[in-house]
Design a protein around this ligand. Structure first.
Ligand code: GSH
Length: 235
């Protein structure tokens, strides 16, 4: 049985089965990326629900795994050289899982880098911009009731990013080309999240991006996605 005692997070969220990947997450657009990837890859894992609404992600035990105090994070008891490894940042976790299994990332070097371009486009663009848009449009709406600038800025930037995705998906079935990859897994939950969490399909003019919406629906229809979206869900 794997020894995870070097990871203080396991004191607060004990591993029932320390031999499988430990997932610390919540079913947010960043959180579901990892549960979807684990389901797609068929890797055994144990999920620990981290309710970020209670700020437990800022507790010392959680910070010991992710000093940035955010979900998702994982421990793989069977990491490089068979040693346990802890990881945070959803993009890094997706690359790790893809490389561990040799799946969800093209083997061909040029195609692999293309997939990484789209993965980082999500990490540096879609995630932060959509996240700020959702913050001002929904969660902090009362605080900016007299100032439309934050909503205007992040709404327009989110629409611009949707336009970039639309152009790509006019000619490619998936973001990295022919094959579904971690670039898709990183990105479609954010577009879907704007719809279900922010109720912003109209304000982000989703109808103007038909290829993006068809791609989201195609991803959502995958059984592993359906399952992955329910892991670490509250209620
Ligand atoms: N770049 C990080 C972002 C993670 C992130 O922002 N997670 C949010 C939930 S979607 C979170 O944990 N928020 C809690 C907080 O900010 O305290 C990643 O992709 O893993």
């Amino acid at each position: 049985m794997a020894d995870l005692s070097a990871f203080p997070i396991t004191q607060r969220w004990p591993a029932q089965n320390p031999d499988v990947i430990q997932l610390y997450s919540l079913a947010t657009p960043n959180g579901v990326k990892v549960s979807i990837a684990l389901e797609e890859l068929g890797l055994p894992y144990e999920a620990h629900l981290i309710d970020i609404g209670t700020d437990v992600q800022k507790a010392p035990e959680f910070l010991s795994l992710n000093p940035n105090g955010r979900i998702p994070a994982i421990i793989d008891p069977d990491g490089p050289n068979g040693q346990p490894i802890g990881l945070f940042e959803s993009g890094a976790i997706l690359v790790y899982l893809a490389e561990k299994t040799g799946k969800l990332l093209p083997q061909d070097p040029a195609k692999r880098y293309d997939a990484l371009c789209w993965l980082f486009f999500q990490m540096g663009g879609v995630g932060p911009m959509f996240g700020q848009f959702g913050h001002f449009y929904k969660y902090a709406a009362a605080k900016v009731a007299n100032n439309s600038y934050p909503v205007d800025r992040y709404r327009e930037e989110s629409k611009r990013l949707l336009g970039v995705l639309e152009e790509r998906l006019k000619t490619q079935e998936w973001l990295a080309g022919d094959d579904y990859s971690i670039a898709d897994i990183a990105t479609f939950p954010w577009v879907n999240g704007a719809r279900i969490h922010y109720g912003a399909a109209d304000v982000l003019t989703f109808d103007a991006f038909p290829h993006v919406m068809a791609w989201v629906d195609k991803a959502l229809a995958r059984p592993a996605v359906e399952k992955g979206m329910t892991v670490c869900k509250i209620g």
